[in-house]
Design a protein around this ligand. Sequence first.
Ligand SMILES: [Zn+2]
Ligand SMILES: [Zn+2]
Length: 180
Amino acid sequence: MRTLNLTCDTCGLSLDIDYLPRVYVLAEGRHFPMLQRHIWCSTCNGVSVAEALDEDSSSRRVRLQMRDSNRRRLEGEEPIDEIMAKTLRWSIRESEDYERNLAEWKALRSRAQFCLQCGNEDVDVPELDCADLPHEPCGGTLECRMTVAGGTYRSAYEVFPHKYSIDGELIELGYRIGPW
Ligand SMILES: [Zn+2]
Ligand SMILES: [Zn+2]
């Protein structure tokens, strides 16, 4: 769960958006995290969600840097214990699996991007995860702030993501349980 704040620089509207993660269901029931983006949807006349068709450039950079540094530590001169080696190998594998799943999903995906709430395909999907959006009713800009990365109550809730088909059709609504 994550919390996003959008505040308009012109009319002052401030929205706190607390949202569940979304996943695609791939073959054999494997899950791949949806690269979801908040958008301004003219049809909904509000903030909605659409899919990005690729990993955002800054997340990708961080992911690859971490993988390179993990590989260097594994192969380096500096001795590391078995637990650390296991953790590094696990993290490298996770990153490689992520890329494989992304490639699999992209090869199968055919539908154009659309607003997940209303199906409108005339959407402008930002490249970055946290991007400013146009606030159409007042002509201003909704400035994006990730209030709390990871979500305010992340540890207090058990989170079950929304499940989608490869073409973005909702299969099962997610939910959360808690806080305990
Ligand atoms: Zn505004
Ligand atoms: Zn919409």
